[in-house]
Design a protein around this ligand. Structure first.
Ligand SMILES: *[C@@H]1O[C@H](CO)[C@@H](O)[C@H](O)[C@H]1NC(C)=O
Ligand SMILES: *[C@@H]1O[C@H](CO)[C@@H](O)[C@H](O)[C@H]1NC(C)=O
Ligand SMILES: *[C@@H]1O[C@H](CO)[C@@H](O)[C@H](O)[C@H]1NC(C)=O
Ligand SMILES: *[C@@H]1O[C@H](CO)[C@@H](O)[C@H](O)[C@H]1NC(C)=O
Ligand SMILES: *[C@@H]1O[C@H](CO)[C@@H](O)[C@H](O)[C@H]1NC(C)=O
Ligand SMILES: *[C@@H]1O[C@H](CO)[C@@H](O)[C@H](O)[C@H]1NC(C)=O
Length: 488
């Protein structure tokens, strides 16, 4: 009776050779498909350096998932960054139909100097890469995401993407042209990242991306600014204006919430106002009821954001001394109203409250979450309440290098990194920093010329204008994600 054959260390050299051949080709195949997924998956994070070793082929590997803050670009050049981190993630299968395999790999990602360049010529992607298979059977790859936040404004006569005449959704505060602003150059700047291109916003394609879905903006009036921009950008996709309406019949104002239905695409584009994302309430201190901010409790309207398919959050402007009673008897946690808390600490705690709400209530396979970074005000010679102005500016700034990275953004970045749910940061701080010319200034009211002595608005943005670019970034991320999920 012959004993069943099994692998042992006394194999003949030829078998050994065959085995090692099979082994190395399977590494190669695995590696190639992995690269393919990398290239096609936009949500993959950061600049990564992949190090494959034999443990990759072991059965029972933990699946890993890439939580990206940055999208993946098709025009990439490797660079040398020293970063070492573990990715714990896995690639999700796209919504059913495509039949992409779920690829699970466990990998340590760390920095090594290596070359990896991917170039993109529409549809015919080429992958040029230099890989090294070193002694330990390691294959090393390096790649770099497209940093869309790093770029410059380019004057472009093909902008704006809509006009105040084609879009009836612009409310008075942002409708600079209707309020008498005559210069028009501020509408014609296009954001151009240094290392890649953002596609021009295409209303029909965007509609297809959100068909049957709820696109929901949650935040302060700057998010309302962005939401109105989105409505205007989408308008050209609708031929019959009656087939877009606010479901409660509301007119856009500073009211609490709005939901516009685009009948032809069975989708809604919604806005919920919440200045802080957390709950503005009242508490009893001594014998008096006072206004407080419950930094440990999410805003009440959260039950209505919950089922959204795409969520775009922001909060920033209201975290200042004027709006928060200088932090005195304002911030509340549980039953305790803090006698004093500084705005940064309160902001961090509120962001944590928001983050745990997202982690608890958002299903990342259904909902994509964005957080828009803060955008600057441009008051000169004073503040919003002390005669600050920006009305003289009709060109973007040439240089913003003196501007510091805002602390609120640092806090947001830190919070996002520690979340379970992948959240994409719409990093628009820097690009908006240049745009001192984009604010309503005196043209935030119809009566602009009647009463010019009233304060200027150097916080919000004219429409058409800068928020259109933020939405082009949003469009870019949604599109890249979709591309990444479906084979071409
Ligand atoms: C493969 O990677 C694992 C985890 O990083 C490590 O423990 C193991 O020693 C590596 N094996 C080789 C052959 O490099
Ligand atoms: C990269 O980081 C490691 C430790 O994290 C350090 O030892 C090494 O010198 C760094 N290399 C470069 C090029 O900065
Ligand atoms: C946002 O963009 C600015 C400018 O490119 C950059 O300095 C900053 O690090 C970015 N933040 C994140 C979290 O990527
Ligand atoms: C659009 O702006 C023009 C000025 O360029 C103004 O005459 C017109 O009333 C505005 N239209 C709307 C609908 O606001
Ligand atoms: C990649 O982008 C840079 C900057 O936009 C450009 O100069 C370069 O030619 C592009 N490379 C390819 C191969 O498209
Ligand atoms: C920026 O530079 C251009 C040309 O260098 C100049 O014409 C323009 O006035 C400058 N803008 C500002 C706001 O300084």
């Amino acid at each position: 009776m012959e004993r069943p054959k099994c692998f042992s260390f006394s194999l003949k050299p030829t078998i050994l050779l065959l085995l090692s051949f099979a082994f190395s080709s399977s590494i190669f195949i695995l590696y190639s498909s992995y690269i393919w997924v990398l290239i096609d998956n936009p949500s993959i994070a950061q600049e990564t350096h992949l190090q494959f070793n034999t443990s990759l082929l072991n059965p029972g590997c933990r699946p890993i998932k890439f939580n990206g803050l940055m999208p993946f670009s098709r025009n990439l050049t490797g660079s040398k960054v020293n970063k070492s981190f573990l990715l714990d993630s896995h690639f999700r299968e796209s919504h059913g139909s495509t039949g992409n395999p779920v690829i699970s790999v466990i990998e340590r990602v760390e920095n090594k100097e290596n070359e990896f360049t991917v170039t993109n010529g529409r549809k015919s992607d080429h992958l040029h890469q230099k890989t090294e298979v070193s002694d330990g059977g390691r294959i090393e790859v390096k790649r770099k995401e497209c940093d869309v936040s790093n770029g410059k404004w380019v004057f472009d006569e093909n902008y704006p993407l809509y006009s105040n005449r084609s879009c009836s959704f612009i409310d008075e505060g942002f409708n600079c042209e209707a309020n008498g602003r005559l210069d028009r150059d501020y509408m014609k700047w296009r954001w151009q990242p240094h290392n890649c291109n953002i596609p021009r916003f295409d209303a029909v394609k965007m509609m297809e991306l959100i068909r049957g879905k709820r696109l929901v903006f949650v935040g302060d009036s700057i998010n309302r600014n962005q939401w109105e921009s989105m409505l205007c950008l989408l308008k050209p996709a609708v031929t019959d204006p009656k087939r877009v309406y606010e479901i409660h019949g509301r007119h856009i104002s500073k009211e609490k919430e709005f939901s516009f239905r685009f009948v032809d695409y069975k989708c809604t584009v919604e806005f919920y106002v919440t200045h802080f994302l957390v709950h503005e309430g009242k508490a009893r201190v001594g014998r008096k009821w006072i206004q407080t901010l419950r930094i440990d409790t999410i805003d009440r309207s959260s039950s209505r954001w919950r089922g959204a398919d795409i969520l775009v959050f922001n909060t920033a402007h209201w975290w200042n001394h004027y709006k928060t009673k200088a932090g005195v008897n304002y911030y509340q946690e549980g039953d305790k109203v803090h006698h004093y808390l500084d705005a940064s600490t309160a902001f961090r705690r509120a962001m944590k409250t928001w983050a745990s709400w997202v982690d608890r209530h958002i299903n990342p396979s259904k909902t994509q979450v964005f957080f828009r970074s803060s955008v600057p005000s441009h008051f000169r010679g004073g503040q919003w309440n002390s005669g600050g102005h920006c009305g003289e500016a009709i060109r973007p700034l040439n240089d913003t290098s003196h501007v510091n990275h805002p602390e609120k953004n640092r806090i947001v970045e830190e919070i996002l990194q520690n979340m379970k749910t992948p959240v994409i940061l719409l990093n628009v701080t820097r690009l908006s920093e240049y745009r001192i010319d984009g604010h309503p200034s005196v043209y935030g009211r119809k009566s602009a010329n009647v009463n010019p002595s009233r304060g200027q608005d150097c916080s919000h943005w004219c429409l058409p204008g800068v928020p259109d670019s933020w939405n082009e970034l949003l469009y870019f991320y949604l599109q890249s994600r979709q591309k990444g999920n479906s084979p071409e």
